[in-house]
Design a protein around this ligand. Structure first.
Ligand SMILES: [Fe+2]
Length: 137
């Protein structure tokens, strides 16, 4: 069973963003299974780390370009959103560093799992949803 099941209410209505958010939920569920089944070998971890490094480039640029190109998008909200992305990028880079020097322990993986779970509730379901509402205006 998945840790988080994707629900229609999680959608922003922007197809590309929703597909990217779903892929993050998939990796969160994968990480949950890996921890639960104690399958946290280097190959499995590499998949997760690679995914997250692509996500911080592709997904954030999708969202940021939409905001940038929306004529009446509030600049302060844009800045707030960007700040959260920068924070996520910093954290992912920290976890990537741990992976690269071979010290991404189970304890750190649990932290990554919690971080992604909090990101889902605190960012995707809040600021991304509010952004979508503003973009549709
Ligand atoms: Fe976002």
């Amino acid at each position: 069973m998945s840790f988080i099941e994707w629900l229609p209410e999680y959608e922003t209505g922007f197809e590309e963003i929703d597909a990217q958010h779903r892929s993050l939920i998939k990796i969160l569920n994968d990480l949950h299974s890996m921890l639960y089944e104690e399958k946290t070998g280097r190959e499995e971890l590499k998949k997760v780390i690679n995914f997250l490094n692509e996500y911080i480039v592709e997904h954030f640029s999708t969202e940021e370009n939409l905001m940038k190109n929306a004529p009446a998008f509030p600049p302060d909200f844009f800045e707030k959103h960007l700040k959260e992305h920068r924070y996520f990028i910093d954290r992912i880079q920290e976890f990537t560093g741990l992976f690269e020097n071979g010290s991404l322990s189970t304890k750190e993986l649990v932290k990554l799992f919690e971080f992604l779970g909090n990101w889902f509730c605190g960012h995707i379901l809040r600021i991304d949803k509010d952004t979508a509402t503003l973009l549709k205006k």
